[in-house]
Design a protein around this ligand. Sequence first.
Ligand SMILES: [Zn+2]
Ligand SMILES: [Zn+2]
Length: 192
Amino acid sequence: MEEQLQKIYEECLQELQKIGMNLQNNPQIGTIEIGLSSRSQKRYGVCKQTDPDRNTRYIERRGRKKIIHYAKYQNHKIEISTWVMQLDTSIIKNTIFHELIHCIPNCNNHGKEFKKYAEYIHQQLGYTINTTGNKKEDFARSNVAYQEEKNNKYQIQCQTCGQVFFRKRICKNFVQKYRCAKCNGKFQVMKI
Ligand SMILES: [Zn+2]
Ligand SMILES: [Zn+2]
């Protein structure tokens, strides 16, 4: 799954390069790393940023509260949720593009600048970059059965193709006993 992600990520970077967006070895952007995370069943991905550029500090006032923001960071760590990997490649790419836009200065929220780049990528490459995902729709588009996690205690995911399903109960040696029907990969079980 990790290899598949790196491959798709490289494709995303190349597609962006073709439309004049160079995100690699770009001093304006800094370093970007990408990896998988199995922590969240809700979010598609996240971009964790460190090393802010102190000169780009600005303060937002929310009532009495003051919130410090930075327009630019030097380090970006993108995490893509493992469950996303079972979906259509175009949806994985939408997620990667979304997180990559967050790496661009002034884009670490879903404001005007973020939307400008999302729209540009949409026009040039045809990808639909949402700020909120629609899980049900994305599963349907990928021809993957959508199962609500409700009442289920276990989440089972294939470590190779990323397929996810849920069960109320499973036998003790499930991982040893069963393999993925799609790709024969090994399962990982998580209590939810
Ligand atoms: Zn976002
Ligand atoms: Zn599999």
